[in-house]
Design a protein around this ligand. Structure first.
Ligand SMILES: Cc1cc2nc3c(=O)[nH]c(=O)nc-3n(C[C@H](O)[C@H](O)[C@H](O)COP(=O)(O)OP(=O)(O)OC[C@H]3O[C@@H](n4cnc5c(N)ncnc54)[C@H](O)[C@@H]3O)c2cc1C
Length: 387
């Protein structure tokens, strides 16, 4: 693959966002359609291996690039941004400790745009406490394991070529709380997908539930070593997930801001001849919304850059970025709807889609409450995973 720098990566993303993703965004939302054509276009543009290291043939980009790519897509279609973002989170986990065999079977096809992956941590039982899986990994022989359990809200569910999942560690001697990551092929026998996704927002996301009944996993598909899931969680999953989601939702907030700006400039009242944008109160409110988006974006970029630089103290910034963007995206989209008046309240308006998509930010784990608690604990020197 040709090595692309960040400006070329963003140029290609913007082009696809404008020419492929934007024209289909309304239909993806209305029909609850998984945005396959959008994802294929991004893969074909050479962006599939965005966060895979260069030594493994990827683009070698980090958190900042991930946030920017998701932001660019989120400005036109939240579902596409999330689907592509979750592919990169899964890719980062696959790449972190990939064996030569895993590089061959997963990373090369991802880099070549032939393989889409995703991350499945959440379960119906433990919900937002996604770091306590109940899915079991049973050792059948020295070379073979079986996975049994249920994963819920799996983005790209039923469409991905592979699923990166968390399981309780196989060894009966494993200490409580120790678990493992494995990768399952998309069509593994024993994976039973439940009904299609019908969300309030993020309707193209295919966030489905899958039951796994004795799904066979060869040892070569164990990621890292047994019991390393906590390492994966904080070193790989959390930073990539938080920045993919922060990028997606700041994109949605920016879309709401652009939409309301266009409306305020356009909408002219018959009795005075003035636009809404000429009203002092509206100028004040629009200015405050712009500042909210801008300061949240700066926090996200700062957190991502610090993460890429390997800063040891980055966790509060990464967690706060996603907590702040959830507040920002919901508030900005909600306020923009008020400023736009009745026109935005109509079915099919961009602003109502922004608001519905933004709403998922608070409940996507780590939830906003959870993130705030982690920030407090990290800053106060308390253990992160307490009660
Ligand atoms: C659009 C969408 C896409 C998703 N994609 C993925 C994906 O790709 N992969 C994946 O693994 N998951 C995904 N999820 C799942 C998501 O990350 C959460 O795990 C899931 O939404 C949690 O739902 P729940 O109803 O079980 O929440 P619950 O755990 O029941 O939580 C409900 C509320 O209670 C709060 N709460 C929970 N425990 C406590 C406590 N002890 N004290 C105080 N408050 C608490 C939570 O913060 C939350 O506000 C997705 C979810 C959505 C909506």
């Amino acid at each position: 693959m040709p090595l692309l720098d960040l400006s070329e990566i963003l140029r290609r993303t913007e082009e696809i966002a404008r020419e492929v993703v934007a024209p289909s965004a309304e239909a993806v939302d209305r029909e609850g359609r998984w945005p396959e054509a959008n994802l294929r276009a991004l893969q074909q543009a050479g962006l599939g291996g965005l966060v895979i290291p260069r030594e493994s043939g990827g683009l070698g980009q980090g958190l900042f690039a991930l946030a920017r790519v998701c932001e660019t897509l989120g400005r036109v279609c939240g579902s596409t941004a999330m689907c592509f973002g979750m592919h990169h989170v899964g890719s980062a986990v696959l790449a972190a400790k990939a064996t030569a065999d895993q590089k061959e079977r997963y990373l090369i096809p991802i880099n070549e745009g032939r393989h889409l992956t995703t991350l499945a941590l959440s379960e119906p039982g433990t919900g937002s406490q996604f770091y306590i899986p109940q899915t079991r990994l049973a050792e059948i022989s020295s070379d073979l394991f079986q996975v049994s359990g249920v994963k819920s809200f799996v983005t790209n569910g039923g469409h991905a070529d592979s699923y990166v999942i968390s399981t309780v560690a196989a060894s009966p001697n494993a200490p409580p709380g120790q678990f493992s990551c494995v990768v399952l092929p998309g069509q593994a026998p024993g994976m039973i997908w439940q009904e299609s996704w019908k969300g309030v927002g993020m309707r193209g996301n295919a966030s489905r539930t899958v039951e796994m009944k004795n799904v066979e996993v060869p040892r070569r598909d164990l990621l890292g070593n047994e019991g390393e899931e906590i390492w994966y969680l904080f070193t790989v999953i959390a930073p990539h997930f938080l920045m993919a989601m922060a990028g997606t939702y700041i994109g949605i907030a920016a879309a709401a801001l652009e939409e309301i700006k266009a409306h305020l400039t356009r909408r002219r009242q018959a009795h005075s001849g003035a636009t809404l944008g000429q009203q002092t109160l509206i100028q004040h409110r629009f200015g405050a919304l712009w500042a909210e988006v801008e300061r949240t974006r700066r926090l996200i970029y700062h957190a991502a850059s610090q993460g890429d630089a390997g800063s040891a103290d980055v966790l509060p910034a990464l967690c706060s970025a996603k907590a702040e963007v959830a507040d920002c995206a919901v508030h900005v989209a909600n306020e923009a709807m008020t400023l736009a008046g009745g026109i935005a309240y109509r079915e099919g308006s961009i602003l109502q889609r922004c608001l519905r998509d933004a709403r998922a930010a608070h409940v996507m784990a780590p939830t906003t409450d959870n993130l705030r608690i982690w920030v407090g604990r990290a800053l106060l020197g308390q253990p992160l995973l307490g009660d």
